[in-house]
Each structure stands twice: as C-alpha cells, then as structure tokens.
Design a protein around this ligand. Structure first.
Ligand code: UDP
Length: 461
C-alpha cells in the first residue's frame, strides 16, 4: 500500500457563528456539471453528490427557495428542463457528446456548458438568480464565471479534493492530475463562501488550498430519515432473497479502488479460512466507477481467485426504496474506503439500525462513533478487517446495543438540517458579497439591455 502523506489537520475552529446575516435567496442556480441529480447513484459518476444535490434542492424548495439545477445532458432523450420536485427544475445543458465523454475530458466542455447556462439566464429578467452554488470543482469553474456575469454571490462545495484523494490512494490507483488541483485552487480563491462537510475538510481547504477560514461553513450532509428507518430484518431478507440464517456484511457504493470493496472481499476470504463453517455472506451493491470502469469484473475475479465466490453476492445499483431493505437485511455494513469526504452510506445504514465498520478516514470519523455505533479501523489490511468483523459476529449482544445507538446517532443527520446550514451559508455569502462588492447591486443590468439580449430590440454592444 502507498504510504500516506501527512495532511495538515490543525487549524481554526469552524463552529464560530456567521458574520452579519444576509437575506435568503429567492432563486438559486445549483451547478452540477458532471453528474445529474436524476441519475441512479451507485455506479459511474453518480454517487453521494447526486443524492446531496437533489435532497438539499428539495429541502430548499420546501423553504420557499426556487432551485434550478444545471447539469450536462447525457442522452439525446434528455428534455431541456425537468421538474424533479415542486420548486426544483433540472436543466440539461447540451455540452459535448451525450454519451462516451470521459469524466477526464469534461474540462474541454466547460466553455460550452457555461454558454448554455448564461443563455438560459439571458432568457429571463435581470436578476433571475440570486446566488450560484456549485458542486465539485468542474462546476466551480462554471459557477465562478456565471457569478461574475450575474453579479451574485457564489457558494462552492468541493465534495472531494484531489490533494486529499492523492494522499491516500489505493495501491495502483491513478492519482488525480495536477491540473485538477490548479482548478480547485482557482475555485477556492474565487468562491464567496465554501461549504465543507466536516471540520477536517475545512482544515484541508485552509491548509492545502489556502482558503480563508472565515469564508468556510461546515455543514454536515444528511440522510433521508423518513425512508431510512429501522425495520424487520427477516422481511427485508425475504424481499432480497437473502438466507435468514447467514451473517451478512454489506458494501454499498461505487465499485472502484478508492472505495476499497476488495478489502471486504479479502477479509471474507480470511474469515472463511479461519472459520470454514461460518455462514458468512458478503453483499456487494453497486456498479463500476472511476478507474474501476477499466476493469468492471475485477471484484468478481478477485472473489473467484480467492475461492470466496460462493460467499459473495453482487447486486446492481439499487434505488433507495430497495436500498432500505439492503441495510435492514445486513448484520453489518462495511465502508472500507481509502478516502471519504463524508460517507452517506454509513449514515443511511445506521439510520436503519445497522452498525457500521468503517475505515477511520475523512468524514467517516464523524459519521460513525467508534465502539458505540460500529467500529472505526485505522487499517486497510484484510486481516484487521476480518478480526473486527469476526469480533462483532461473535458478539450478538454488542451488535444489538450498537444497532440501537446507530439509529439514535443517525437522527442528527437530516437533509432538513443540512438545508438550514446551507441557507445560513447563503445568507452569509450575500452579506459578504454586498459588503465586498458594493458596486454589484441588484438591478444592475438596465431593462433595455435585457430586452435587447432577448432579441426584442436589437444588438447589445
Ligand atoms: N446509492 C444508491 N444505490 C446504490 C448504491 C449507492 O442509491 O446501489 C447511494 C447511497 O444511498 C448514497 C450514495 O449513493 O446516498 C453514496 O454516497 P456516499 O457518500 O456513501 O459515497 P460517494 O458516492 O459520495 O463516494
């Protein structure tokens, strides 16, 4: 395994209250270039960010903020605009080929994408959007230009940071290119405010990207607590066709080296060697993603080569209404990631009353309470994972106690709370923006210019 480079984690306290409150926006442009909130998460580029964007957009809309989400059209059948929920519109911007464009090539389409975003805005009255919130660095590049053009504040959420990811790569995984780090630095410098998932992410933004601490808001992501609730394990197992007598350890997520599902498969092999009679089942839910796309069958091949294939069941990505049964059916959920900005799966599993065994990286240290709601492991060695899982397998009383604590712990992570945090960040951004750019007041573009831009009165010089 690659040695981990130390990351600076000291720094200021990010719990400090916001400066002067600004006003709530009426209409926000969310930018999510590389993945649509309407895509099924768990494969390709669709994961936690998709869930985050859609869930927070719905919550913002419920608070009276109209939300328009700009994403890249990836199918010729994508309509230009789709209502995802009351008050939430997804705008599919045509930028580059619909299919087959590698995520690594997306920077070539940012100009086309931003043109689509600006053209949409130009169809409306001046001041159509009050704020831009970009998700992931590619969107930050778009949001920054739109922000300048519209003279509104820009809030950015990185979701993942290349410098952090590169410091904890899985063996043989490809590092993120230096150009992405440059792009991230630009976005960090340009955004009016940054939203970080955890204090640790905030410290990385400061220590590795030079962000100013007083421009960062730490807002924890959430889980759909109405859906992810404890439920009957046997009913869930019956619905999935899982043997009621087996001990089930589950991985849910995009299958790629960074997520380390191989650690679980290798740990299962070690357990089966130690306990040949163990009724162990490893459930792997998700599809190939990232560098895992180059070898989509690598995990199946690994299970086969380790002779553990009869103990491993692979399921394709599941929608939330099926995922809830997956969590309920599991004795444990494993999150062995090498890097994780938060780890929604860990929270969703706990919300269903399932203890989580997770690598002690990134946000997982916040999502899981070591020894209380599951276990945090400072290791990716399969033997260590086999030992930890085996220990809990042998301690049903401990698991029952952890299950109750897990469900209680997860209650603090609701999307409603996340949206409240985002609104506070938006208010702070608008206050900062007004203070720092007094020249950028609303009503900045004369109506005649707007009408001219719509083609009603001729050219705008
Ligand atoms: N997910 C899903 N179906 C699947 C696998 C995953 O809906 O088959 C969702 C899961 O519920 C979670 C998200 O994808 O909300 C994954 O988020 P997480 O933060 O765990 O990982 P990320 O994808 O952001 O790396």
């Amino acid at each position: 395994m690659r040695p981990r480079e130390p990351l600076r984690t000291d720094g200021p306290d990010f719990d400090a209250p916001h400066p002067a409150p600004g006003r709530d926006p009426r209409r926000v442009a969310l930018v999510s270039v590389h993945t649509s909130p309407l895509a099924q998460p768990g494969t390709g580029d669709a994961g936690g960010m998709n869930v985050y964007v859609l869930q927070t957009a719905k919550q913002l809309a419920q608070r009276g903020v109209e939300v328009e989400i700009f994403t890249r059209a990836t199918s010729s059948s994508d309509l230009p605009a789709v209502e995802a929920a009351p008050g939430v519109t997804v705008r599919n911007v045509v930028a580059g080929p619909f299919e087959g464009l590698d995520k690594r090539d997306l920077p070539t389409q940012l100009c086309a994408f931003v043109a689509g975003v600006l053209r949409e805005e130009a169809r409306h009255e001046p001041g159509h959007y009050d704020l831009v919130h970009s998700h992931y660095w590619l969107s930050g590049q778009v949001g920054w230009l739109a922000r300048d053009r519209w003279t509104v504040p820009m809030v950015h959420t990185a979701h993942t940071l290349a410098a952090v990811k590169n410091a904890s790569l899985a063996e043989g995984d490809t590092p993120e290119p230096a150009a992405r780090i440059v792009g991230e630095q630009q976005v960090v410098a340009e955004a009016d405010r940054l939203v970080a998932n955890t204090d640790e992410e905030a410290r990385h933004l400061v220590g590795l990207y030079g962000a100013s601490p007083d421009r960062i808001d730490v807002v924890a992501p959430g889980a759909d607590l109405d859906r992810y609730r404890p439920g009957d394990r046997d009913v869930a197992r019956a619905s999935l066709g899982v043997d009621p007598t087996e001990f089930v350890v589950t991985f849910v997520g995009r299958i790629q080296p960074l997520k380390a599902p191989d650690v679980l498969v290798r740990a299962a092999a070690a357990m089966v060697r130690e306990r040949p009679d163990a009724r162990l089942r490893v459930l792997v839910v998700g599809g190939p993603s990232g560098s895992g796309l180059d070898r989509p069958h690598s995990l199946i091949d690994l299970a086969r080569s380790l002779g553990v294939e009869p103990h491993v069941t692979f399921l394709p990505p599941q929608p939330p209404e099926r995922l809830v049964d997956v969590y309920r059916a599991s004795d444990l959920v494993a999150v062995p990631s090498h890097s994780e900005s938060f780890g929604l799966v860990a929270v969703e599993a706990q919300a269903c009353g399932t203890p989580v065994v997770a690598a002690d990286v990134g946000g997982l240290g916040v999502a899981v309470r070591d020894g209380e709601t599951g276990m945090l492991l400072d290791s990716h060695r399969p033997d260590d994972w086999a030992r930890a899982i085996g220990k809990l397998m042998d301690a049903p009383g401990e698991r029952i106690r952890m299950a109750a604590a897990a469900a209680e712990h997860a209650e603090q992570f609701s999307w409603a709370r996340t949206a409240d945090g985002l609104l506070a960040a938006y208010r702070a951004a608008s206050a900062d923006h007004r203070r720092e750019h007094p020249e950028r007041t609303r009503a900045r573009r004369p109506r005649a210019v707007w009408r001219a831009r719509r083609g009603e009165t001729g050219r705008v010089g």
